[in-house]
Design a protein around this ligand. Structure first.
Ligand code: UGA
Ligand code: MN
Length: 253
């Protein structure tokens, strides 16, 4: 099966560094298609050049999209990247939407949501590739603990080990699950929503639309291994940037 990785990304001093690191991971994964969705009114030069560079050689095949988050949603406490992940979902659904005719055989494929700042082991991709419907695994450095994980008994997910908002129906970070293409295509209305806009509820709200806890497939040795980390990059200190351009050349960072 092909793996689709949907990555929302936005302009900031560390953006190119984050994307470079992510590309270096993805280029080592076979049959991975990267859907890079910018949070911007139009595609930016920086990301366009970056995506073209990947597609010219060695990089993972990359589809470059954009959609701007409405300004009223750019506030603390609001979920992030809702519109961008939905744009990725829409692109995939459109790609597999066939004209009326005989039903096509099920498409083998897996989709996951790869934020641009997390750290992904290569093993993670081997694990998610065998997803039948929806698979789950632990995520490191999240929820105020060293890790969160689905609790597994007799091969089934029965609950969640978490230190944050334990009442979440699916107490899992965006980085902790993958969904088969079949599930995405057979639930054409499943999208990320801002309603209620409780922090940390996007994952649960999305998963509730497509699956149940009983159905989840535990990966990473029954959810006992951390293969992805919710790392966050420190804000860069630009206190010494000159007010006006003073270097003799212009350099993209
Ligand atoms: C946590 C979760 O890991 C995210 O999946 C979730 O979207 C987020 O909370 C949330 O609050 O909704 P966190 O590390 O706090 O993540 O969020 P970021 O990494 O800052 O943002 C998640 C993704 O959205 C990143 O890929 C980032 O580049 C992108 N983003 C962020 C935008 O596209 N626009 C923004 O304004 C902010
Ligand atoms: Mn993050």
């Amino acid at each position: 099966p092909i793996i689709y990785a949907i990555t929302p990304t936005y302009s900031r001093p560390v953006q190119k560094a984050e994307l470079t690191r992510l590309a270096n991971t993805f280029r080592q994964v076979a049959r991975l298609h990267w859907i890079l969705v910018e949070d911007s009114a139009g595609v930016t030069e920086l990301v366009s050049r970056f995506a073209a560079g990947l597609n010219r050689g060695g990089g993972p095949p990359c589809t470059h999209l954009h959609v701007l988050t409405p300004r009223r949603y750019k506030r603390p406490g609001q979920p992030r990247a809702t519109e961008q992940r939905n744009a990725g979902l829409a692109w995939i659904r459109q790609r597999y939407q066939h004209a009326k005719g005989p039903p096509t055989p099920p498409t083998p494929g897996v989709l996951f949501f790869a934020d641009d700042d997390n750290t992904y082991s290569l093993e993670l991709f081997q694990e998610m590739r065998t997803t039948r419907k929806v698979s789950v695994w632990p995520v490191g450095l999240v929820g105020g603990r060293r890790y969160e994980r689905p609790v597994v008994e007799k091969g089934k997910v029965v609950g969640w080990y978490t230190g944050w908002r334990a009442g979440r129906p699916f107490a899992i970070d965006m980085a902790g699950f993958a969904v088969s293409l079949q599930v995405i295509l057979s639930n054409p209305k499943a999208v990320f929503r801002r309603h209620g806009s409780q922090p940390g509820m996007q994952e649960s709200d999305f998963l509730r639309q497509i699956t149940t806890m009983e159905e989840l497939e535990p990966k990473a040795s029954n959810c006992t291994k951390v293969l992805v980390w919710h790392t966050r990059t420190e804000k860069v200190n630009l206190a010494n940037e000159p007010k006006y351009h003073t270097d003799s050349v212009r350099i993209e960072v």
